[in-house]
Design a protein around this ligand. Structure first.
Ligand code: KG4
Ligand code: ZN
Length: 322
């Protein structure tokens, strides 16, 4: 039994996953409502909220699993990338729990965690495969040869795909986080109403800042009434441009690796148009697309754990070591 803890951004999460990859429990306390009034995550506010939530969330994960802490054999925790102040809360909690019980601790990379949603029961994915990881903080195409690692083939030069969704939603006057809101609104819109560009970037990299600017100009060109009546068309067209960019890069990457299996993980993997556009791809389970701790506990199975006291000096890191 592995206890996973995740506090890299604005979700305080804890989960229990078995060695075979069954999710025994998964508790996510989202702070989205707390940050919504600022239109994005405020790091200091997030750290303070993690501090309040981490113990009750760990307790709830154990309770939901119906087990005592005595049954936990390993602790897995997100070490980075993310907000350092937020990461340190989860990391400190994990160290304290592991140290108190003499347990091994596995430091998990958040991106490896997203990938590890694919390794959970009942249908764990076997590498090799080519994977799109699209979230609020990252947009990457990855080559995965084994469950313990991954190689980055391409990444975004500016905004992440989830960030593009969130910023687009803000321009359209929708709530935060905006991905799910655009997804919902787009169902009532015409995706070909506005000809938004798909950036041409060399290699397997992405760029979304031009698209965001195109939406800004489209919105500026409309009166308030026109905007209200065309909001769904704008959402659908904007979403289609993001989805096209993601699908195009994933297909090109798979061509390069020669893999017949493609997969998609991260918060944007929840997008219904993206899921429909890639009927042959493996997707993270819908409930585990956005940040959670089951993915961290899952990845902890494929990380060499540190024994006490080796992990006490472990530090968090803020950016991906690409
Ligand atoms: O993986 P995640 O929870 O956090 C990071 O690691 O960044 O991803 C959050 C992102 C947000 O930008 C959110 O807008 C986006 O995932 N997202 C979606 C959908 N649901 C969440 N984007 C598009 N369509 C969705 N249905
Ligand atoms: Zn994430």
């Amino acid at each position: 039994m592995i206890l996973g803890i995740e506090t890299s951004c604005d979700e305080t999460a804890a989960a229990v996953v078995s060695g075979e990859g069954e999710v025994v429990s998964s508790v996510v306390a989202s702070q989205a409502a707390l940050h919504a009034r600022y239109g994005g995550v405020v790091p200091e506010v997030a750290s303070r909220r993690h501090l309040e939530l981490v113990s009750p969330v760990v307790r709830a994960a154990l309770e939901d699993a119906g087990i005592e802490l005595e049954r936990i054999e390993r602790v897995g925790v997100t070490q980075g990338p993310g907000l350092v102040g937020a990461l340190l809360v989860g990391l400190s909690a994990a160290k304290a729990i592991a140290w108190a019980r003499g347990l091994p601790l596995a430091p998990v990379d958040h991106l490896h965690g997203h990938l590890a949603t694919l390794y959970l029961a009942p249908d764990p994915l076997e590498p090799p495969f080519t994977c799109l990881l699209a979230s609020g903080g990252h947009t990457l195409v990855l080559s995965v040869r084994d469950r313990g690692s991954f190689e980055v083939l391409g990444s975004t030069l500016d905004d992440a795909a989830g960030e593009a969704f969130d910023k687009g939603a803000r321009l359209l006057g929708l709530g935060y986080p905006g991905g799910a809101e655009i997804d919902r609104l787009a169902r009532d819109g015409d995706p070909d109403a506005f000809p938004f560009p798909v950036a041409r970037v060399a290699g397997l990299d992405f760029s979304f800042s031009g698209l965001k600017t195109a939406l800004l100009y489209a919105v500026r060109g409309l009166s308030e009434d026109e905007l209200a009546s065309r909001r769904a068309d704008l959402a659908a067209s904007y979403q289609q441009a993001i989805v096209r960019a993601l699908v195009g890069r994933l297909r090109a990457a798979a061509e390069q690796t020669g893999d017949s299996t493609v997969a998609v993980v991260g918060g944007v993997a929840a997008n219904s148009e993206l899921r429909a556009a890639l009927p042959d791809a493996r997707f993270a389970p819908l409930a585990l697309c956005t940040d959670n701790a089951a993915m961290i506990a899952s990845a902890a199975r494929f990380v060499r754990p540190l024994m006490p006291p080796d992990y006490l000096a472990l530090d968090a890191y803020s950016s991906a070591s690409l």
